[in-house]
Ligand binder design. Sequence first.
Ligand code: FES
Length: 223
Amino acid sequence: MAEETPQAPENKPSEQPAADKSAEAKPAEGEAGAPKPEVKSEDQLKAEARSPKKQVAVDAKGSIWMSRRNFFSRAGWAAFFAFVASFLIGSLRFMFPRVLFEPSPIFKAGYPDDYPVGFVSTIWVKEQRVWIVRDDDGLYAIQAICTHLGCTPRWLDAENKFKCPCHGSGFTSEGINFEGPAPRPLERVQVTLAEDGQLLINKSIKFLQEKGDWGKPGSILKV
Ligand code: FES
């Protein structure tokens, strides 16, 4: 018996990639038969630039910058929040008004016996701007404010008068103006006796000589 010899595989033509084929099919640029590149007119280019597609591309490219609509939207919200914040701050300020705490105009000035007759006491001038004077009529308190422009006069014991250092006005120990530009006497303030027997001075109640107040109760303490 004769043995069958194996047959050699048939030689098949190798397959080439489609790209090569297409490359072969298309003629190279510049060769005869190749399509010419499209040349756009100036009007076409302008129309493309104005087209919405192009605009969207520009917006996407410039996204780090705010669009005009975003800018006005954010500015509007910022203004709104600023208004609300200022309103709240103003309301809080209204709840805590600024109050000026002044010292009380009332103070105790010791006992009547601390002030001998014919004596002008200056011990309360620095703290309360008040002189305590005692004469034969009684005790009274004079405010140490010049009736010219408000300086503080000094008591000159040797000359038995009050003298203003600013413009030279002079006042008697009762407070009557007699020299200088002061237009009226010094003002007196209320003096009464407290429950404990001390002098009680109230600077908020004043007695003006030119108004005939010096004889009224509180303008002088009979002791
Ligand atoms: S303020 Fe006293 S004289 Fe002018």
